[in-house]
Design a protein around this ligand. Structure first.
Ligand code: F0G
Length: 458
């Protein structure tokens, strides 16, 4: 078993999707039409789509088979029970509330616990989480450890919560804090894991201040793999055991099944509190649907149930984490600064460090993302000042970091696709000083990165 070092994709290809090759000239035209916003590009014009790992993975033979079992009964479908049991096998919360994706769970949860004057701490709120918190009038506070904000600092669990900062917040404003949230893995901070020890410490603080702890658990299996491989004493435990211990520390969770559910759509909200669950279910019926399907088809519930059984497979997780690091190692060797260690689902390029001649308010992350697309048809995602720079009061300021995320869809691309990405990035690194910044010509009031239009600066 240890004799061969190559980490192969632990699957064969069963159905193929064509990739349409494009020329640089075609991509330049597509960019101009799209206002230099990669969210506006037709996916047919993308060669390697690393925009997100969300809902973009390949389903397995067994998931497609499960889809055939999908039962579309409005209430009490067998597919609902399969889904509920699969979720509770890993996260034994009393109430499981299905939603069409993660942000629908967030919208419901924060509508109930948020509101003006409230403050919700998290290691780092993902953009939809922050927006859903702020939409209720509450304040979203990020309390990741200082190392989590330093792209080049090596730390095994850069997603950890700053326990002293959490204690301070709860001491000063405890009455305003309805719940404490921890995001595993910490997507906005570079896909960085949270240790079991840190989760225990957060739990202890929550107990002391009488606060419920919720997980934003989108990438729980990847987080568990990092715990298994990096945290002392965890190597001999199964991923499932680790996931269940993590779940046992929380009072509830929001989840996007589009990540570690290995599905193309879906999510859920879970909790142990009966009164909270009832309030959430009432909102669910208004916006998502009846509590046994919550915005999903029966077939989607089946795909998620099967996905949850597959995602904790250790051969899969070993390949998953190693193949992401393979890309990161090569980019670093090409002289592209990256957030280190590499995340589970993505490699985050440090555009601010690569392009020091482009000030943050000219969006170095946008410049790098656009150039990866123009040169190679590779679509990544700016996670920086475009995404986080505009504040609810209308002011604009540089984000903590200007990153470009190359997110790896699950079980979708092969090593030769990744080798191509490496070749394009290596070439780009040799002419990084020629890249120019952007200005925004049009933007909406919130979540501007999705629809803003840009002009290149000359
Ligand atoms: N929380 C985290 C940590 C996420 O990464 C996401 C989505 C959500 C919540 C919302 O889930 O998309 O199902 O509504 N992240 C995707 C991404 C969009 O590209 O990282 P959703």
């Amino acid at each position: 078993m240890d004799r061969w070092q190559t980490i192969i994709e632990p699957f064969r290809i069963h159905a193929v999707e064509p990739i349409r090759l494009t020329t640089e000239a075609e991509r330049e035209r597509a960019l101009a039409v799209a206002g230099y916003n990669l969210f506006n590009i037709h996916a047919d014009d993308v060669l390697i789509d690393l925009l997100t790992d969300s809902g973009t993975g390949a389903m397995s033979r067994d998931q497609w088979a499960a889809i055939q079992r999908g039962d579309e009964s409005y209430a009490g479908s067998p597919s609902w029970f399969a889904f509920r049991d699969a979720v509770q096998e890993l996260f034994p919360f009393t109430h499981i509330i299905p939603t069409h994706q993660g942000r629908a769970a967030e919208k419901i949860l924060y509508s109930v616990v948020g509101g003006p004057g409230k403050v919700i701490p998290n290691n780092t709120h993902f953009d939809t989480t922050r927006a859903n918190v702020e939409f209720t009038g509450a304040e979203a506070v990020d309390l990741v450890i200082p190392e989590g904000r330093e792209p080049a600092t090596i730390h095994p669990f850069k997603g950890n919560v700053d326990i002293a900062a959490l204690e301070r917040l709860l001491t000063e404003r405890g009455a305003d804090v309805p719940i404490v949230v921890v995001t595993i893995t910490n997507n906005s901070g570079g896909g960085q894991p949270v240790s079991l020890a840190n989760l225990h410490a957060v739990r202890e603080v929550c107990d002391r201040f009488g606060k419920p702890l919720f997980l934003d658990a989108c990438r729980f299996a990847e987080n568990a793999w990092f715990i298994k491989t990096r945290e002392p004493g965890q190597a001999d435990r199964s991923v499932k055991e680790i996931v269940r211990e993590v779940a046992s520390l929380a009072d509830g969770m929001t989840m996007s099944a589009k990540k570690d559910g290995l599905a193309n759509i879906g999510g859920w909200l879970a909790c142990n509190d009966d009164a909270l669950a009832e309030q959430c279910r009432n909102l669910l019926i208004l916006t998502e649907g009846f509590p046994t399907y919550g915005g999903l088809a029966g077939r989607d519930l089946e795909a998620i149930a099967q996905g949850l059984a597959e995602v904790i497979d250790e051969d899969y997780l070993r390949y998953r984490i190693r193949s992401t690091a393979y890309l990161g190692d090569a980019l670093l060797a090409a002289g592209i600064p990256c957030v280190q260690p590499f995340g589970g689902h993505a490699v985050y390029l440090d555009a601010r460090a690569l392009l020091p001649h482009i000030p943050p308010l000219e969006y170095p992350g946008q410049a790098l993302a656009v150039e990866l697309y123009r040169a190679g048809g590779i679509r990544g995602c700016e996670i920086g000042t475009v995404m986080f720079g505009r504040h609810p009061d209308g002011s604009e300021a540089p984000a903590a970091m200007d990153l470009v995320r190359l997110a790896i869809p699950r079980r979708t691309y092969t090593q030769s696709h990744v080798d191509y990405v490496i070749e394009v990035a290596r070439d780009l690194a040799t002419r990084s000083q020629d890249l120019r910044g952007y200005r925004i010509v049009k933007e909406p009031a919130a979540l501007r990165h999705f629809t803003a239009r840009f002009d290149p600066l000359r």
